[in-house]
Design a protein around this ligand. Structure first.
Ligand code: SAJ
Length: 433
């Protein structure tokens, strides 16, 4: 790759990370080929459209496709830089599954040439970049591979995780700092030169294994801290305290910053990545493992309390506010709110109403439950009980006057002024009933 020429880039995997990444690289003027196994995804993108929702992504993709900078295909082609952004799920025993990463490696190996830069972005257990390197070495014995040759290698291989927050992906892709871990320092320098083309944040180089662990640690850190808040919420309720008030006061301490309790932790990252650390060091991770249990347990706690509440008020109409895994996005994957609402729907049927402004229709599990999707205005008019599961802004701004006579179970703490709020103790449930 000559430094004066913009590299041709191939992005493998056009999902929530791959597509925005491909579009941002294309915006920087590189010609980008996006690779995906789904013909439908490829066709959508080649029409200048998108198959996922993300703020401002539609306009950006439309622009770079129509300028000929981004195209998609199911067939690999030679490029100067390969960015791999494929899923790394876990199996039923929480063991990480890196088969998509290895399969991406098998796809690109045949077209690699001298000077190519390979970057893995998928969240990965420690050692995955080296396994990718070994696979490429096996498939391409003609190439000098970094870390396996004393000479200057023909290609470079690095790990550089994304850190973007769904809902702010385009902004964070450009502005966040990046850790770039090379198989060798030379590999890291090659990847650094590439990221400098489109990242404004600081890019810090390290080794591949440290960068892999850094990504896992960031999400495990958040999981452990949310678990602390969730545990506090249950303790406070048992003691008859308002957890939100306690947290607000504690956070006035200059070195305390407690996160927000909720109905559990959703999404594809924070509830998954800690398991990669636990799997790598099972004996040494009691805290990380327990935090996972606390956060999953909070969801079941919310279900039990919501069921008790609905049962205690026969005939009352109930609205569940929100299905998304967090505020102001239309992502319903691994969402505790969705799980809680579907449990209530199955148990109480048509008494339950769902308000989710980000969903065009209810997810499949609500079919045949008798549950209806309504808007927030109808819920405020027709429902007696409101169960807040997601802190969407459109719920947050509902004035007290419009909800003062409702019985509210607010799992997100968005309405601190609610007079008839349900505490989570059995006693309080009876009191409000
Ligand atoms: N949540 C709480 N209380 C809080 C904060 C979050 O209950 O105080 C819940 C949310 O409601 C949601 C879940 O946690 O269900 C996760 O939400 P999030 O906003 O904390 O994170 P994600 O999953 O959208 O994105 C995370 C981010 N990681 C960190 O903040 C350390 C993001 O920067 C990563 O790029 C992303 O994971 C990823 O792809 O790994």
């Amino acid at each position: 790759m000559k430094s004066d020429k913009k590299p041709d880039v191939c992005v493998v995997g056009l999902g929530y990370i791959g597509l925005p990444t491909a579009a941002v690289i294309a915006r920087a003027g590189c010609r980008v080929l996006g690779l995906d196994v789904s013909q439908k995804v490829v066709d959508t993108i080649n029409r200048g459209e998108i198959h996922i929702e993300e703020v401002d992504l539609d306009g950006l993709v439309h622009g770079v496709v129509s300028r000929g900078l981004l195209s998609a295909s199911t067939e690999v082609a030679p490029a100067d830089v390969f960015v791999i952004a494929v899923p790394t799920p876990f199996d039923k025993d929480h063991a990480p599954d890196i088969s998509y990463v290895l399969s991406a490696g098998r796809t690109i190996a045949p077209v690699l040439k001298q000077g190519d830069v390979i970057i893995l972005e998928s969240t990965s257990p420690v050692g995955t970049t080296e396994r990718l390197r070994d696979l490429i070495a096996e498939m391409r014995p003609d190439l000098k591979i970094p870390g396996l040759t004393g000479e200057i290698p023909d290609i470079s291989i690095s790990y550089c995780p994304e850190r973007v927050l769904p809902g702010r992906i385009l902004e964070e892709l450009t502005n966040n700092d990046r850790s770039i871990g090379g198989i060798t320092p030379r590999c890291a320098r090659k990847a650094l030169a590439f990221y400098k083309r489109f990242v404004r944040g600081e890019c810090v180089t390290t080794d591949a294994r440290s960068a892999e662990m850094t990504k896992l640690v960031e999400n495990a850190y958040r999981d452990v801290n949310i678990a602390f808040a969730n545990e506090l919420s249950i303790v406070a309720d048992r003691m008859g305290l308002d957890v939100w008030e306690v947290i607000r006061l504690a956070n006035r301490h200059p070195r305390v910053n407690i996160l927000s309790p909720g109905p559990g932790v959703g999404g594809h990252c924070i509830a998954v990545d800690p398991w990669f650390i636990v799997h790598g060091a099972p004996e040494e991770t009691p805290l990380i493992r327990t935090a996972r249990g606390v956060n999953d347990g909070k969801m079941h706690h919310v279900i039990a309390k919501a069921e008790a509440l609905v049962e205690a008020h026969p005939g009352a109409k109930v609205a569940c506010l929100g299905l998304a895994f967090k505020a102001n996005i239309d992502d319903f994957r691994e969402s505790p709110a969705r799980f809680v609402a579907s449990r209530l729907a199955r148990r109480f049927g048509e008494r339950i109403h769902i308000v989710e402004p980000y969903a065009a229709e209810l997810p499949i599990e609500f079919t045949d439950t008798g549950v209806r999707q309504i808007d927030i205005d109808d819920a405020l008019e027709a429902c007696d009980i409101l169960i807040v599961l997601v802190d969407h802004d459109v719920f947050r701004v509902v004035p007290l006057a419009e909800r003062a006579n409702k019985l509210v179970y607010d799992t997100r703490g968005i309405w601190p002024d609610q007079p008839r709020a349900v505490r989570e103790t059995e006693t309080a449930l009876r009191l409000v009933g």
